[in-house]
Design a binder for this molecule. Sequence first.
Ligand code: AMP
Ligand code: MG
Length: 487
Amino acid sequence: MKALDELTFDNRFARLGDAFSTHVLPEPLDEPRLVVASKAAMGLLDLDPAVAETPLFAELFGGHKLWAEAQPRAMVYSGHQFGGYTPQLGDGRGLLLGEVYNQAGEHWDLHLKGAGMTPYSRMGDGRAVLRSSIREFLASEALHALGIPSSRALCVIGSSTPVWREKQERGAMVLRLAPSHIRFGHFEYFYYTKKPEQQAELAEHVLNLHYPECREQPEPYLAMFREIVERNAEMIAKWQAYGFCHGVMNTDNMSILGITFDFGPFAFLDDFDAHFICNHSDHEGRYSFSNQVPIGRWNLSALAQALTPFISVDALKEALGLYLPLYQAHYLDLMRRRLGLTRAEDDDQQLVERLLKLMQNSGVDYTLFFRRLGDEPAALAVTRLRDDFVDMAGFDTWAERYTARVLRDGDYSQEQRRERMHAVNPLYILRNYLAQNAIAAAEQGDYSEVRRLHEVLTKPFEEQAGMEQYAQRPPDWGKHLEISCSS
Ligand code: AMP
Ligand code: MG
């Protein structure tokens, strides 16, 4: 265990120099205070969880103090936003403080979001408000606990600094951790600004630090791109299987590591709705729930375009061709497990599709359906669940096929079935209304609800005593909350 001043830095990205990032100091928040910290994320830095409560912790992550070895940098990148290319973006309100390595030899980027203006702030104020910082914190740690690759969050620091959005709010900072903060948009920036040397330097950097095993391949860059395609296919399969809607899948929000990244107006589905749009600025539904799958491919094509100086077009196309089959394989595998099935059969895809079709417009809670399906033997569980469906006759037909399929699957006890299903079907997810309740209390200075919700979500598959209220369907007011993009 380390004290706060014992972190060891090795700032590899900063060493790439001024073509890649700009030195900027964090702008401190007034009266910084701890809102919430993640013990698990602190463990990644070998930090003793007790240090979260010290004044130094809030000072460091509220922008007042810096380690001598930190080198705060705002990174430059660009990207496709809602399908159109924006030539220059960059860290407009976040800073890469430095890279810390832990005792296991892993590197973690420390990225402070909400740290003030940078050369890339454009019209923005460089700040993040408390509600969006809490949402990013909770989502990062909740996704990780569900087994969905994601950036992590160490803490949220609140303040008395006024920040103007639609109304006056308070500034906050969230400390994000990831092995890298390099996005698809980094590659696009150097490609479209026609800087081949820097583009090559960036590619070498990513290859050496994050895909070293690809070095051994005959075409290392191609091997790296293939790996990126595979990781994205797997990540998006998990989003779809668990009902996660990212909301702003612009290429500047896509991590080069295939982890969920840059949270805005994200949501987990309550009722299943394939066409759900969580971002209220997304008028055409470009990033609707079901569109996430083709958009994943679209984003990878945008990255492929930026990699044409290194990889032949034919090879890039072939690698892109892997995306959909890989996605489908991962998705089906997960959905099979969610249904409690252990072996593959040809008609499984159809079984899943029919179920989702019945759920559509039926008001069925996506998370609780699977959890309850595992609570009882299949034949009994479906009789309890049928009342939730509008098309009960349609559900009966499905249920008959499903129970027959379960019987063919294997001869296991209900104990085994429940245990296996509960290990993949969470009881607790980050519902918008739960986040909203926690935020409302935090805005009044009471952080207990954020902390409790965070704790519950770190063990989403385990039933926790006294926490029933976190495993309920949303009340009516909580079903269609508008999550503003102005965070
Ligand atoms: P996002 O939609 O949060 O991914 O942000 C898109 C771009 O806008 C990025 O370059 C951000 O750094 C920048 N940005 C977002 N909010 C702000 C803000 N409040 N101040 C400055 N830049 C911002
Ligand atoms: Mg972004």
